[in-house]
Write a protein of this length. Structure first.
Lengths: 499, 78
């Protein structure tokens, strides 16, 4: 996004002064911004002027009208400001402090570095609804006309651009856009409501952004098949695919429905020879990693989640204080993530074996630098043997894995997976009832009874047969015996006559 | 005739009085309206709604300020 020309940044649209266009234009400029409206000299006119009168405390500007409690007694809009993460950036600070040395001198230096490099990335009422955020050089969005919903490109993705924005809009080479955007034309606001954007209204600041109570969730729109929709629920496709019932609560949605996303590494901050602040990161990598959920909660109970590498490095603040981050082990560098490039079909959800046993998808020790092994101990997935090894108790593991549908044995309706050969390889094989769920199948039929099983690629020795041939074979054996008996009897009778 | 002209005079005076009162009230309302008090009359509005003024002033400011250096050493994505 190109920055605006200096005059464009502060050019007020005359429509702003029209009450019918924007009621905010009826409030005098100096009431919010201060300064001296009597002066025609720009220097004196701007003395004491506040560029953004809504940061950090909007109570005397926006709060004059937007601070009333709603019917539920919750502080409305500006009341939530103190715990609004867009304003406070609390999780940034929390995570840095968690890793930082407890030495007060070091903490001071970290605070100073964060003030220079990190804290400018906050937002405010004004920096969403009136202008672009100051971190991207500001400038009115539309001539100071207040925007009820901030535009995506000038505001949301001006801060959330390099990861979420590019993922959602498909701007990473070879990676498609999020299906919610490409197929259904959704933008940020459809999932991230104004209520969420203005903060949770919780008494205390959440430690992590995923602890925000009113954050967006897939289940706000997508309900499991059979679960009831509330009146306020948005309508979207129900999750009817049987795999949802199997994986629900075990893996996060993105584990099956995300594609590679951006991971950042090794951020360092400092000042150049002219004392101009700079930052440096190693080239980012597009990758997809499934890790263990380090902190399962009631609303995030999944064991497996997608994880993203954050740009933290032990030497982040070396320019300001050597070894400032002495507790790097206290928080994982591969962090719970919700990549915004959801697809219905992904390489890992093509088949069961595309994911199960595919160690490349999982975060393992091989993916870690030596200094981050301990930090990620709760996230790394232990390597599991290949499926053919795990199934080596079978007579022909490879053949079973190739020819059998995994769900035949790992049927969710069974208490435990099938491990007894006889359960399949017998006349009353479970394949005829449980696996394919068609009770009309029976090995006593005269036709080719399990044609459907074979068509699905399944293969079960002994059950792939024509029962009519069984009956014919038994008859043939009986007739042979009968023939022998008759032959023997006739020979016996004829001999006795000769004697 | 005299009674008629006196009556006319009284009516005229009353009309003038009413006009003066109406004008005063109108002027008072106008002078207190937010738009006039805070916007149209202020230097802020006259300057910030004029592209020409802003172009001149922003160019002057840019010329008078030392050039802000870009952080030449920044590499990677933020």
């Amino acid at each position: 996004m190109a920055p605006l020309e200096p005059y464009e940044k502060v050019l007020v649209d005359t429509d702003f002064l029209d009450e019918d266009e924007d009621v905010h234009g009826q409030v005098s400029c100096e009431k919010c911004h201060g300064g001296n409206p009597e002066s025609n000299d720009y220097m004196t006119a701007h003395e004491g002027m506040l560029k953004d009168p809504t940061y950090p405390d909007p109570s005397k500007t926006c709060g004059e009208c937007h601070a009333m409690d709603d019917e539920g007694g919750h502080p409305e809009i500006t009341g939530k400001n103190k715990t609004n993460l867009h304003v406070t950036l609390a999780p940034f600070k929390n995570k840095i402090y968690l890793r930082a040395s407890s030495d007060p001198c070091v903490r001071d230096k970290i605070d100073s570095a964060m003030g220079t490099h990190c804290s400018a990335c906050h937002s405010s009422c004004g920096q969403c609804h009136v202008s672009r955020p100051a971190s991207v050089e500001g400038g009115f969005i539309e001539g100071h006309l207040f925007q009820k919903t901030p535009p995506v490109d000038t505001n949301c993705t001006s801060c959330h651009g390099s990861r979420v924005g590019k993922e959602f809009h498909g701007e990473n080479e070879g990676i498609p856009a999020d299906v919610h955007h490409s197929k259904h034309g959704l933008s940020c606001k459809e999932c991230h409501s104004g209520d969420e954007m203005h903060g949770s209204g919780m008494g205390t600041e959440p430690f992590d952004r995923y602890e925000v109570a009113n954050r967006a969730s897939c289940e706000d729109c997508h309900k499991m098949a059979g679960s009831e929709k509330g009146e306020d629920d948005k309508q979207a496709k129900d999750l009817v695919h049987p795999d949802h019932a199997i994986h629900q609560g075990k893996v996060s949605c993105q584990v099956c429905h995300s594609v590679p996303y951006k991971n950042c590494y090794s951020c360092h901050v400092g000042k150049d020879q002219s004392s101009v602040p700079y930052f440096e990161t190693e080239p980012s990598k597009m990758d997809f990693k499934i890790g263990l959920n380090p902190k399962t909660t009631e609303d995030r109970p999944e064991k497996y989640v997608t994880v993203r590498h954050v740009p933290i490095s032990p030497g982040l603040f070396d320019f300001y204080a050597k070894d400032a981050l002495t507790n790097m082990d206290k928080a994982p560098t591969w962090k719970f993530a919700t990549p915004h490039n959801v697809q219905l079909k992904t390489p890992q959800n093509e088949t069961c074996l595309a994911c199960h046993g595919n160690n490349k998808l999982f975060l393992t020790k091989k993916d870690l630098e030596s200094w981050e092994v301990k930090a990620n101990k709760d996230v790394v997935v232990p390597l599991k043997p290949a499926p053919s090894v795990r199934h080596n108790w079978l007579e022909q593991p490879e053949l079973h894995l190739q020819k059998m549908d995994c769900l035949t044995c790992h049927n969710p309706s069974l208490q435990s997976p099938i491990r007894d050969c006889q359960q399949c390889h017998s006349e009353d094989s479970v394949l005829l009832t449980t696996a394919e769920g068609t009770p009309e199948y029976s090995l006593t039929n005269w036709g080719f009874t399990n044609k459907e099983i074979i068509e699905k690629g399944n293969y079960v020795v002994g059950s792939n047969r024509i029962p009519a041939l069984d009956v014919f074979g038994i008859l043939l054996i009986l007739l042979t015996f009968a023939g022998c008996a008759i032959h023997g009897t006739l020979r016996f009778i004829s001999r006795r006559r000769k004697w | 005739m005299e009674i008629g002209s006196e009556l006319g005079c009284v009516v005229r005076k009353k009309c003038i009085k009413l006009f003066v009162i109406f004008f005063a009230v109108f002027a008072f309302i106008l002078s207190n309206s937010a738009t006039f008090a805070g916007a149209e009359e202020s230097g802020c509005v006259s300057c910030h709604t004029s592209m020409k003024n802003l172009l001149t002033i922003t160019r002057d400011i840019a010329a008078s300020r030392p050039e802000v250096e870009e952080p030449a050493e920044s590499k990677g994505e933020g």
